[in-house]
Design a protein around this ligand. Sequence first.
Ligand code: ZN
Length: 491
Amino acid sequence: MKKRIIGIALMTMMILSLSLQSNDIFKTVNRTVLANTSVKTPKYIFYFIGDGMGTSQRQISEYYLQEISGDKDRKLVMNTFPHSAINTTHSLNTLITDSAAAGTALATGHKTNNGVISKDTEGNNLKTLIESAEEKGMATGLVSTTRITHATPAVFASHNESRGNENDIAVDYLDSGVDYIVGGGLRHFLPMDFTDNQTDAFGGKIYSKRKDDKNVLAEFRNQGYKVRYGLKGVEEFRNDVLEKGDKYLNLFTASHLPYTIDDDNNDKYDVPTLAEITSKGIDLLSKDDDGFFFMIEGGRIDHACHPNDPSGTIMDTLAFDKAVEEAYEFYKKHPQDTLIIVVGDHETGGLGMGVNTDYFLNLQELEKATMSIEEFQGSYTGDRREYYKMIGEKFGLTDLSDEEKAIIDKGMDMVDKGIIDSGNAYKYDEAAMAVTHVLSERAGIYWTSYAHTATQIPMSAIGVGAENYNGFMDNTTIAEITAEIAGLKLN
Ligand SMILES: [Zn+2]
């Protein structure tokens, strides 16, 4: 171990002198010397990523949990971990990262440009923690509440110049060797023109986005995977007993899994939660004698933050924390062998806690919401009375003040006239944005953006080697430290 660190120090000096000659201003090299080099190598590694989960997303979810439970001492499980650090997230070409570049940093220890999946700017593949774990013979898992081909999972087991090439990313997974793959994104695994008489797990149509006849699901089956999908896949997921050495692929939905708030308020469908998906993954992966590396993404926290949806954000963050709790229960049984890392890839929405001068958050206002803003979008169709009734039912927005009414009327005016605010680059429904901003302000919170921000991100860790994550770091350092602790090789 010591030799290796001296080697790294020498290499760091070399790279530093190289980078001084280039105009590559972001290519700073971080310390990789571990605080404690005497620790043993963890056998079981959990790598949790909350997409878009910044400091405010974590804290507002904890305060909300305290509010609804009536227990002011209640903590998110991730907020109880003994070691923590703060990290910067900028990508190679901009200070405001996207999930592809941020994920690449967390998966490979290298900065790249926004939009790029685990490749450097010359197009070379960057080795990922999962690939290295595979080489070492460890079992590996990759799960997400988004399409499994979305940027954050993609950076761990595929390489592509663009995050948009999700069909290619699906094919890339075929020879990844990943043992447990669960999430959404079925549409990138089915041959063009595919139809099915079952729906997906949330009642949606099963369709293909591929432009070829490749049946990637069938190819996974040929590789020895147990393959499940759609609504039927949910039942099978809950009944499947996985044996040592099994390989498992289960894709519940054509696109992303539903928001937690939508699934919780839907009587007809009950999509497996991230906690259930994590628990089953632990069952399978822990049977491998060589240990495991398990990446678990709460991917829809970011999706809720983009359209400034406070309840959607909180409910998905709490669901993410429930998944962390599954890992923590496992850690308690194997404290000498387990490392859990929880991090976010970037902040989304510029979520601020505190907007009024009365110095109060009123998070109980958010308890009345029963639908995500994304689901709610498009609900205003010209009937204003009906719309006011609906926002009362779905978001508890009754007894509106004149000021609040004016904001919502203005949103409806904009929809009627087909106008979009200049800052609304993703063209969100302005009537729905008016609703979410009124609701947010009632709760005492505020959003500065419909996109990502450059604020630093907290991380937490517990277990074997967790004390090495501390201080003010860069996201690339998290991957470097993890590789060092786990004996994984990155390039
Ligand atoms: Zn995002």
